[in-house]
Design a binder for this molecule. Structure first.
Ligand SMILES: [Fe+2]
Length: 283
């Protein structure tokens, strides 16, 4: 079987400009329509392409179909790599996906939980977001020495999403908290963090820890209030860690619990930023 990775490239208007086929076996390069391994099942190939592509970019499907068919690669051997997104491209994609469409009252769309409805698409976009450290996320990485972790605003459209960089001091953790939004996605950019998940017990008077998981550099995570609440902490006693968080839509405050044994004793906590767009906020 011919195995290949198809890497898509696009211009600033998200039109596909190039599709590079990287063959696992260099000897497969230069195959043409006479190759005996050519895929002869157009329906299978089209359905494979459509299943791999995000609904937000259906324009890719047709040119990609012709390109792959002409390349002679078998559909079983294809994996499709979507183009990476920089910060501006990501912001535009998320806003476009989650902004209520014309003719739909915003209130009813919010009630339908757009981010929850499109959670797979949001996650796919989040995974394509690429911010290098140097000259990228490092300019947002402020550590407040007075707090266990520091919230730094990277981007928001004030309607559909907020993207934060959280900087964790060594051996520090957040309180247990909820997420009054449709979903919170995270990626570890540096170091490692531990997530402890909680749900109400049967009586509803306590929070029970159901899971503890360590996330390392490059790992992704997701939570919403239907899954449960969580606390996060730096897994290292000596090194700082940095995580990227996407919240859809933005929220101004959340509930925190200081004692899991007292589920009724939650308090509201405002979401305060230490910096915005790479600049310290004057206090
Ligand atoms: Fe959280």
């Amino acid at each position: 079987m011919n195995v290949a990775t198809v890497e898509l490239q696009h211009d600033k208007n998200h039109n596909m400009t190039r599709a590079l086929i990287n063959h696992a076996n260099p000897n497969q390069r230069g195959m043409n329509n006479d190759n005996p391994h050519r895929n002869h099942d157009p329906m299978k190939l089209r359905s494979l392409i459509e299943s791999k592509l995000e609904p937000s970019i259906p324009a890719y499907a047709s040119p990609l179909y012709h390109f792959i068919e002409e390349s002679g690669v078998s559909s079983e051997g294809i994996s499709i790599c979507m183009p990476q997104l920089n910060l501006m491209e990501f912001s535009n994609e998320i806003s476009g996906l989650l902004t209520p469409k014309q003719g739909c009252p915003a209130a009813s769309i919010r009630a339908a939980h757009l981010a929850a409805k499109y959670s797979d698409e949001v996650e796919a976009l989040f995974r394509r977001l690429t911010i290098p450290k140097e000259g990228g996320w490092d300019k947002f990485a402020f550590f407040d020495p007075l707090t266990p972790y520091t919230r730094n605003l990277i981007a928001t459209d004030h309607e559909t999403f907020t993207l934060l960089l959280l900087c964790w001091s060594p051996n520090k953790e957040s309180p247990i908290h909820d997420h009054p939004c449709d979903g919170c996605w995270l990626q570890v950019l540096e170091g490692s963090v531990v997530e402890s998940r909680y749900v109400h017990n049967a009586a509803g008077d306590k929070l029970t820890c159901t899971k503890e998981e360590e996330f390392h550099e490059g790992d992704f995570g997701y939570i919403n209030d239907f899954i449960g609440y969580h606390k996060m902490g730096n897994a290292s006693k000596t090194k700082p860690s940095v995580t990227l968080h996407l919240y859809c839509p933005p929220f101004q405050s959340c509930n925190i619990w200081l004692e899991p044994s007292e589920a009724s004793q939650s308090s509201q906590c405002g979401v305060c930023m230490y910096s915005e767009y790479g600049h310290r906020i004057a206090r």
